[in-house]
Write a protein that binds this ligand. Structure first.
Ligand code: F6P
Length: 552
């Protein structure tokens, strides 16, 4: 079924005019230094900041003028962002290549909300799954759900990959402070056997519960790990098949495959095809998160997501956090030619946040054709990367400060620490503020000379500055704040996808490798020498691997 939202080919003329206006603006703004922009406007740091739903975004240290912002907002308007937001929230099939609605926002809608997909309100079903998850999580947490031998479950292992892993791992790490410390939570994703072997090391199968998380329940990595888990569990439980019911639950959209695998569908938590894998950490895919932090904290995370959803849906674009961040990203990506963007959380618990964002941003916006299948005329999604501060400062920040590339950075910090130890937090926050200041304003040759630096050393010690950043400051990392933060990036990715006129919700780019791997598996495993019809490089690698393997 065709989406009601028309591909933006309907609006090429006006869109082109704003792009060319932005290109002229870039010619002016790229010659300006942030220190001039700040000197010319003493209120800039207060003016170019927005606070919404408890997140404060300071975007003043970006290489933009009021005119740039005006044009970027016009770009959003002319790209039809308002209509596309409405289309997403009302359940239209905006994922046009998969003919699916995109309704992660329904996962966090309040119980009394109504969101229709094909004429059916999906919110009651969302809450019924949440209730089932809460009941299960409580039973596991208090020890009412026992293992096959009657022992309490102490270890929960989530097996999944991509969106069925990165969200759960990131959320567990981010919210570890709120987690049940008497239990262990581990995550297996890689098909590399080491991942599984290390995850179960030292664990007692009688105390171990596996959550097999897979939207499709056909993903090679997950199914391979799930079968290995089944063998490991059965081997430790007297090979009694009835133990599976106590040690395996599934999270999926595919009941038939779950049953085929041997998990009772009574122990299955469902979600729906209108939830993309990378947008699913707040669906049943978050079951391990809920067991770890408890249903109340999970609901408070959903509430945080919902607050940001409502902000995105209703706030005027000039005061809309995801819209502003998304547009600034477009500005650097398409006008400054920035190839990457760094996300730098100054919060150790967010150590997996950049990895999570990599799938969210790059699987969503790494696209080369528009909604109508034409080659894009602008660069799309940048490469996202990052590490928590201050570790990154002693590693790659050198390049951000003095290298030849422009890397827009998002700094994320919290006013109140979860582990207040002596002066640690003030020192941490001093580093955040110092980094954004140094990046923006740098240090001139005159300043370096005035410090008594010998002439030959001066160029090495100069910081040209003018390196842009956003700072996101919140009160404290709580489940609610995490929900807001994730939704902020989800909607910022959406904003960019609308501007680029691409489908941010499909992921055809991961298919080819999967298909080719299937073909190669039999060539690696066949006892007889296979006839190979690949290119000469792949053929040689296959032969070499087979030979090395035989020598073991
Ligand atoms: O990597 C491709 C992908 O389809 C992701 O989008 C998804 O999150 C991941 O694989 C896992 O898929 P599934 O949950 O179906 O196992």
């Amino acid at each position: 079924m065709a989406a009601r939202v028309q591909p933006l080919t309907k609006r090429p003329a006006s869109k082109r005019s704003v792009w060319s206006a932005l290109a002229s603006d870039y010619n002016k703004v790229s010659k300006l230094h942030l220190h001039q922009l700040f000197a010319g406007d003493p209120q800039r740091g207060e003016r170019m900041a927005v606070e919404a739903v408890g997140l404060y975004l300071d975007y003043s240290k970006n290489r933009v003028t009021d005119e740039t912002l005006r044009l970027l907002l016009r770009l959003a308007d002319e790209s039809g962002l308002r209509e596309r937001i409405d289309a997403m929230f009302s359940g239209e099939k905006i994922n046009i290549t998969e003919k699916r609605a995109v309704l992660h926002v329904a996962l966090r809608a309040p119980r009394d909300a109504s969101i229709l997909v094909d004429g059916k309100n999906v919110v009651p079903e969302v809450h019924s799954v949440l209730d089932k998850m809460a009941d299960f999580s409580n039973r596991v947490r208090i020890g009412a759900w026992k293992g096959h031998t009657g022992k309490q479950i102490r270890n929960v292992i989530n097996i999944g990959i991509g969106g069925s892993d990165l969200g759960p791992v990131m959320a567990y790490e981010a919210l570890k402070h709120y987690s049940e410390r008497a239990m262990n939570f581990r995550f297996v994703s890689n098909i590399d056997g080491t991942d599984f072997a290390e995850a179960v090391r030292g664990l007692d199968p009688a105390e171990t519960l596996f959550i097999i998380s897979s939207k499709t329940f056909t993903t090679l990595e997950t199914m391979t790990n799930a079968r290995t888990a089944r063998s490991w569990s059965l081997a430790g439980l007297g090979n009694d098949e009835t133990s599976v019911a106590k040690h395996f639950v599934a999270v999926s959209t595919n009941a038939a495959e779950v049953a085929k695998f041997g998990i009772d569908t009574a122990n299955m938590f469902v979600f729906w095809d209108w939830v993309g894998g990378r947008y699913s950490m707040d669906s049943a895919i978050g079951l391990s998160t809920m067991v770890a932090i408890g249903p109340e904290n999970f609901r408070s995370m959903l509430n945080g997501f919902h607050q940001m959803d409502e902000h995105f849906r209703t706030a005027p674009f000039e005061a809309n956090l995801p819209v502003l961040m998304g547009l600034l990203g477009v500005w650097y990506n398409d006008f400054f030619g920035a190839q990457t963007a760094a996300v730098l959380p100054y919060e150790q618990y967010l150590k997996r946040f950049p990895a999570y964002l990599q799938q969210l941003t790059m699987e969503s916006n790494g696209k080369h054709v528009t909604l109508s299948g034409k080659e894009v005329t602008r660069d799309t999604g940048p490469i996202y990367w990052g590490e928590p501060g201050t570790n990154g400062q002693h590693s790659f920040y050198q390049l951000i400060h003095q290298g030849t590339r422009l890397i827009p950075c998002d700094f994320i910090a919290f006013a109140k620490p979860l582990n207040p130890l002596q002066r640690h937090h003030d020192l941490l926050l001093a580093n955040v503020f110092a980094q954004t200041e140094a990046l923006a304003f740098g240090k001139t040759p005159e300043q370096v000379k005035a410090e008594g630096t010998p002439d030959w050393l001066v160029p090495h010690r100069v910081f040209e500055g003018n390196r842009p950043s956003n700072t996101i400051l919140a009160e404290q990392l709580t489940p609610e704040t995490l929900g807001k933060l994730v939704a902020l990036y989800e909607h910022s990715v959406f904003t960019q996808g609308v501007v680029w006129n691409i489908d941010s919700f499909d992921q055809w780019g991961v298919e080819l490798g999967k298909v080719l791997a299937q073909r190669i598996i039999s060539e690696l495993e066949s006892p007889a020498e296979p006839i190979l019809n690949h290119d000469s490089s792949t053929n040689t690698l296959v032969r070499r691997y087979r030979k090395l393997k035989e020598q073991q």
